[in-house]
Design a protein around this ligand. Structure first.
Ligand SMILES: Cc1cc2nc3c(=O)[nH]c(=O)nc-3n(C[C@H](O)[C@H](O)[C@H](O)COP(=O)(O)OP(=O)(O)OC[C@H]3O[C@@H](n4cnc5c(N)ncnc54)[C@H](O)[C@@H]3O)c2cc1C
Length: 307
């Protein structure tokens, strides 16, 4: 099925009418405020709707991808062909004994504060990570010595055949900013975190300290995708970039942050190609000066604009 109108009509049968958009501008959904349009953009309100869309996409060979909070994604100016599934409406968080259960579209920051209010410790590290629970599992997000791997018990996913399946944390191959979720084409639906009872004041003190560190060191006043590069073994990406005198370097509207060298900010209406060119310039310069390959943490997807 290649006809756009026919795909749209079918999506309207699968997902509530107001939750299907055509030619949606993605820059409005991404932290970098960059990116072209998606052919179709849907925001399901139930897991059954997602299952139906996955089965339809498989039958008709229409590509789809998941969008969490768009805080680790750069989408090219030519946009995305196929369907973007945004999970923002599936954001319930609850407690069951010492576990916190969060739907994949919930913000991991909200899960962290929910745990605080329930006097449960373990998610403090996540109190400033601006992703969703699904995106955090996909990336095995972490900060200040903690990561998802430490607290995840299990997750429910919709697998590539559209079936609901339980995956233990150990099934997901969680490692430094990676998992096997993409390889397996899983869609994270819900996560259960195993936490420990603690005093409210003690949990709050840790979260306040981490928030202070983050706000004083990161350029949160500009759009960005957080740390662009992974930590290379034996080095710190930010230090290598700083020592390469790259802070303040610009291409178009993109700038290597003067506040935190590991961040590239969209300072002045950058295009995605400005941003990507600056990432490549940083990688090339650091390689020349120190012989170190900087691997991207941020994902770059989508199509270039036709030339
Ligand atoms: C200011 C700033 C600070 C940051 N600080 C940190 C930090 O301290 N530590 C850290 O680890 N990261 C940090 N990040 C990066 C980012 O927040 C994390 O990588 C986060 O986990 C991404 O979640 P997301 O919902 O935004 O994912 P998105 O950017 O929306 O998506 C990322 C990938 O996950 C996939 N995905 C999303 N949801 C699902 C799902 N339900 N099922 C399957 N796949 C899914 C998407 O398809 C995509 O491939 C920061 C980013 C910013 C902008």
């Amino acid at each position: 099925m290649n006809n756009k109108q026919k795909i749209y009509d079918t999506l309207l049968e699968l997902v509530k009418k107001d939750n299907v958009k055509v030619d949606e501008l993605l820059k409005n959904h991404l932290y970098t405020k960059l990116g072209g349009r998606a052919d179709f953009f849907i925001t399901p309100t139930s897991f059954e709707e997602i299952q139906k869309v996955v089965k339809f996409s498989n039958e008709e060979n229409i590509p789809f991808m998941l969008l969490g909070n768009g805080s680790n994604l750069i989408i090219k100016d030519g946009g995305i062909r196929g369907i973007i599934i945004s999970l923002k409406q599936l954001n319930d968080i609850s407690t069951d004994g010492t576990t916190v259960v969060a739907q994949s579209g919930a913000r991991i920051i909200d899960a962290s504060y929910h745990a605080l209010n329930e006097k449960l410790s373990g998610l403090e590290f996540a109190c400033g990570i601006p992703g969703t629970v699904g995106g955090a599992l996909y990336m095995n997000a972490g900060a200040y010595g903690g990561e998802i791997k430490d607290v995840l018990d299990y997750a429910y996913v919709i697998d590539k055949h559209g079936e609901l399946v339980k995956r233990l944390a150990s099934d997901l191959e969680l490692d430094y900013r990676t998992s096997n979720i993409e390889k397996n084409k899983d869609i994270v639906i819900e996560a259960t975190f195993s936490l420990k009872p603690a005093k409210y004041e003690d949990i709050k003190e840790v979260m306040d300290d981490l928030t202070y560190k983050r706000e004083s060191k990161q350029p949160l006043e500009y759009p960005s995708c957080g740390s662009v590069f992974k930590r290379p073994p034996g080095y710190f990406a930010g230090k290598l970039i700083q020592d390469s005198q790259l802070q303040g370097a610009t291409i178009g509207g993109a700038e290597v942050s003067t506040k935190h060298a590991g961040f590239i900010v969209n300072k002045n209406n950058a295009t995605t190609s400005d941003y990507i060119s600056l990432i490549e310039h940083v990688q090339k310069t650091v390689k020349e000066k120190f012989g170190v390959d900087l691997e991207r943490e941020v994902r770059i997807i989508g199509e270039d604009l036709p030339s």
